[in-house]
Design a binder for this molecule. Structure first.
Ligand code: TYC
Length: 106
């Protein structure tokens, strides 16, 4: 104890791990892809339900994806991004829509 690097047994590495633990986590964009078949209202519903968007925000994002091919639904830590992308794909599959969602490191 004392210098933050050596514990009572004289082993090193404690401060290295402590530094790792306080780093900000990498962030990941959840992207939604356009397709010709998924109804616009379904995409808006997904954005409201899974990404907590207002109806106006959800409509804006949906139209952006519709016109440009891809759009950002939100930015999250890895596990949250993966979970939300999975929830989108599950909901789409259960409703027999081909809607696709992926994640990408910021
Ligand atoms: N292009 C679809 C249509 O015209 C609507 C749509 C928007 C689909 C966004 C997917 O991620 C999407 N019905």
């Amino acid at each position: 104890m004392g210098d933050g690097q050596n514990d009572d047994d004289g082993r090193v590495g404690v401060s290295v791990q402590a530094r790792t633990m306080v780093k900000r986590p990498s962030m990941y964009r959840v992207l939604m892809l356009n397709d010709d078949y998924t109804p616009m209202e379904f995409v808006v519903h997904v954005l409201e339900r899974i990404f907590n968007k207002s109806h106006d925000e959800a409509t804006e994002i949906m139209l952006k994806v519709h016109h440009r091919g891809v759009g950002v639904c939100g930015v999250f830590t890895f596990e949250v991004a993966e979970t939300k992308a999975g929830q989108v794909m599950d909901l789409a599959r259960r409703n027999q829509h081909p809607l696709q969602c992926t994640i990408e490191k910021e």
